[in-house]
Write a protein that binds this ligand. Sequence first.
Ligand code: PLP
Length: 386
Amino acid sequence: MRPPTPSVTMTINSIALQKKQAGEKIFNFSAGDPNVITHPSISQKAIEKINQGHCPYPPLEGIPELKKLFLSWFNKKNNSSYKDENILITAGGKFALFAYLLSELSPNDDVLIPTPYWVSYPEMVLMANGNPIPIPTSPNNNWKLTKDLLKQYTTKNSKVLILNNASNPTGTLYSKQELQEIVSTALCLNLKILSDEVYSGLVYDNQPFTSVATPELNENITIVESCSKHFAMTGWRVGFLLGSKEIVKKICNIQGQSTTGTSLISQWAAVGALENGDAVNAYVRAAMQKRRDLFISLFNSLFNTTIPNIPSSIYAFLPISSMGFTKHNDSKKFCEEILKIGNVALVPGTAFGQEGYVRFAFSDEEEKITEGLHALKSAIQRINEQ
Ligand code: PLP
């Protein structure tokens, strides 16, 4: 295994936390954590199970109650027919992605990754001894992968395409037609598709979300889902992998020799969420949509600009120039200066493979978004005047 480099989002977040522990007020836009009070359906179920007084090892593949509930929720939304043998419960969506790459890649297989990408994809591919191959996309096309780009970057070494719809860091959302075109092109090119759909529950303005799930299972498509963002359960660490029986079996074996499955109490907490799935998700989504609206309108008025609407996720991926910053275009340097001078934590675009941009998470409380954007504006003014 190639040793991973630390996640930049986690690094910025920990510098921000250190400053906070030292008594400084931090405006933290770096962590992608839907910060709402845990829905009582989740906490009550967990407490009920804790009070039963026994917490043995969990079944490796996940508890049947959770598998059944998630499958019925997922299949209904996506008109799919995944069965018990096609689902695995994992310690967060992140472990499902990592274990898939570990199981499917042979040394030097290429993995195609549209850019800007979630920070962990290339590192996971490297840890699994594969080669991450970024496919650059353009803001002029809402950062979308197209079939032409896919054809252009696919070679005989390409094995897997990682798709992330809805996207971190850009909030890009693919239409049904766009997605179908990409999926059919990828399958024709003999690629396996790893579709990260952990933000599928955070799509705004009543727009539909399209999954790559098909009515009949396709062996070359694997989907990763999670309770983290849907139900604001990031700390509980419950994710799902949906795919062929063989892949589920292989990854279950990886769990058997590594995590021993997912915390039993967390799985019961997820049962609590899914027993009331639409309502718990609507509670989180409504809060995030309100925060997105506040973020966009305040950003536009403070920086006298008009940023495009963000259809999904909890992130704004914005050029440094949109904030009236005139000194340079180095996103890492910008984030360091802003954290030092204004105590505002942002993530540099280079962490996502895109220089000149920074990522904001708008998932924290409204008061913090407001204070943070004002602090950012005054920090930028101070730096510009230096
Ligand atoms: N995929 C994307 C695009 C993410 O942004 C994250 C977390 O931020 C994950 C997967 C992993 O989520 P979790 O492991 O909390 O389910």
